[in-house]
Design a protein around this ligand. Structure first.
Ligand code: PLP
Length: 432
């Protein structure tokens, strides 16, 4: 949002081209080819009139880095270009992006229909912390679109799902959910963190808003925490969304949809969301994420291929009880993966060890190449045994319901050579 939230240039059609060039023209101030880290809190006004125009939102431009920053704006432009959106809002984390994505839509007592196949932290955020604002959430089985439709009520203001779920790799029929949301005249918000625009672009299937934890595959190197909201600009905001459609007293009565048209939601995200709640992305994070984005398509292709190869290799072993990856013909999501994820079905998957809890602990401790840690989406291969780590506070029954039963191992495949990854798992499992 340095000048205007950027749109993809019409000539930049290819996804890899957008990954490299989207949002990142040479620096207008210096000609630097790589977008510099604008490590500054604020920006000198040309004169008092210029300052007034910026503060009135009559002109876009940087005022203070909690609201806009040129390095962060370049990342916003790149993500908008990758997804085919009109604008984007970068945030301090994926969770901050989810919070700011709902902020313009929700009032006390309003309601969200959310998939129950979500990252556990999102279920906690939405199920526990959102209720502090009076935002109500119904979790439903989004693999059965009928349950989404049945859960919509008068005060529902959004439908929320992951496109490819963490950790189970469940593929959601976004086109069907978009149809249901359209019928109810509410936006479909898709957390596209695990697929990324390299594998799936939610707006092509009718979704209205995409959110990302850029901490994962978008940044791709495990070096920074961030998040982004991308707006398709297509949703017709009406009176049920008063934050966008009625006069805003803090901006002298500005009505965001009247003044900013399709950019209303993105401008609100900066001018109200970031201004008043403050979870801004740091310029250095934007810089690292911009660099990561350039190789997004290459990484996602390679990491999906490595994951699919590991999944088939594991499925053939006697000490592995089951494997869940949508690329496997045995997966109930295989057909949906062929439709939505033709370029690769993602790098994250789970499997179950016949030896249960003890075998899980032993496996993660015995890996030499895989890193045992709580993250996904790094260039390095990662492994975790949720029951003895992230989910250890839960009861056995709760762990099973969360897809973190005693036998479950989660892998996030990296970009290494597949032979080395197989050899590492093989030695850690104690050979064949
Ligand atoms: C699918 C998904 N969405 C959102 C988040 C939250 O992102 P962050 O950790 O950047 O806040 C995560 C984190 O693991 C995730 O996996």
């Amino acid at each position: 949002m340095t000048d205007k939230p950027s749109r993809p240039a019409p000539a930049m059609r290819g996804l890899s081209t957008r990954a490299v060039h989207g949002g990142t023209a040479p620096d207008p101030a210096t000609g630097a080819r790589i977008t510099p880290v604008y490590q500054t809190a604020s920006y000198v006004f040309k004169d008092a009139d210029h300052a007034a125009r910026l503060f009135n939102l009559d002109e876009f431009g940087p005022i203070y880095s909690r609201i806009t920053n040129p390095t962060v704006a370049a990342l916003e432009g790149k993500m908008a270009a990758l997804d085919g959106g009109v604008g984007a809002t970068a945030c301090a984390s994926g969770h901050a992006a989810q919070f700011l994505a709902f902020l313009p839509l929700m009032a006390q007592g309003d309601h969200i229909v959310a998939s129950r196949h979500l990252y556990g932290g999102s279920i906690t955020q939405m199920g526990h912390s959102f209720s502090r604002f009076g935002w109500r959430v119904s979790f439903v089985d989004a693999t059965d679109p009928g349950t989404v439709e049945a859960a919509i009520e008068e005060r529902t203001r959004a439908v929320f799902t992951e496109s490819l779920s963490n950790p189970g790799g469940i593929v959601i029929d976004i086109e069907k959910l978009a149809g249901i949301a359209r019928q109810a005249r509410v936006p479909l918000i898709v957390d596209n963190t695990l697929a990324t625009p390299a594998l799936l672009r939610p707006f092509e299937w009718g979704a209205d808003i995409a959110v990302y934890s850029t901490t994962k595959f978008v940044g791709g190197h495990g070096n920074s925490i961030g998040g982004v909201i991308v707006d398709s600009g297509r949703f017709a905001w009406d009176a049920r969304y008063p934050a966008l459609t009625t006069p805003n007293a803090a901006y002298h009565g500005t009505v965001f949809v009247e003044k900013f048209g399709p950019l209303a939601y993105t401008v609100y995200g900066h001018a109200v969301g970031l201004r008043d709640f403050g979870p801004a992305m740091a310029p250095m994070t934007a810089f690292l994420t911009l660099t990561g984005c350039e190789t997004l398509c290459l990484r996602m292709e390679r990491q999906s291929r490595n994951a699919a190869a590991l999944a088939s290799w594991l499925e053939a072993r006697d000490d592995v009880a089951w494997v869940s990856h949508p690329a496997l013909p045995s997966s109930p999501c295989h057909e949906l993966a062929r439709k939505y994820l033709p370029a690769g079905a993602g790098a994250v998957f789970t499997f179950g060890l016949a030896g249960g809890y003890a075998a899980g602990r032993k496996l993660v401790e015995s890996c030499r190449l895989f890193s045992h840690l709580a993250n996904v989406g790094d260039t390095r291969s990662l492994i975790i045994h949720p029951a003895s780590t992230t989910h250890r506070q839960l009861s056995e029954a709760e762990r099973a319901a969360a897809g973190a039963g005693d036998d479950v191992i989660r892998i996030s495949a990296g970009i290494e050579d597949i032979e080395d990854l197989v050899a590492d798992l093989d030695q850690a499992l104690g050979g064949t």
